[in-house]
Ligand binder design. Sequence first.
Ligand code: ZN
Length: 188
Amino acid sequence: MEILDLFKESEAVLEGHFLLSSGRHSQKYIQCERLMQYPDRAQRVVSVVADKVKNLDFDVIVGPAMGGIRAAYELGRQLNIRTIFTERVDNKMTLRRGFEIRPNEKILIMEDVVTTAKSSLETAAVLEALGGQVIGIACLVDRKVSRIDLPIYSAMELYFETYDQNDCPECKKGSQAIKPGSRIIFNE
Ligand code: ZN
């Protein structure tokens, strides 16, 4: 089965009128946690990433909270590599819970979705300030928006159109964009 079909079967590809974290609007949204709730599908999708990164040289996997936590854990489990996570404290990405980056440790960041890579790059900056070296960003879905210097290793690439509020076809129809992940979607 295609990776995209696994997402669709998990109802992880949502259609509607969404306000993305970038501020842009979209008619589609991918909610990876809806796939990740099924261990067999999580295993299957992450194995595609594992195959792409298994010969790279890295010591630790870091998954930025929340979306990166389960994806990173599953990747670490498959490759048997130490896996930790960062989280936001007062909106600043932070390494807590006694997790540490050892001097010159090579790091692979694992995300759910990479769009603008804003949180990945913020995570990378924090980890490098602690003495680590980020060698790349792995993810379940690469939305093909980012142009960044780090290599991206994804299970799937998925492009969909996003719109400025003024050009959004759904806004023109008069509907209200909702933040994905808000309760509204799941009560529909
Ligand atoms: Zn809109």
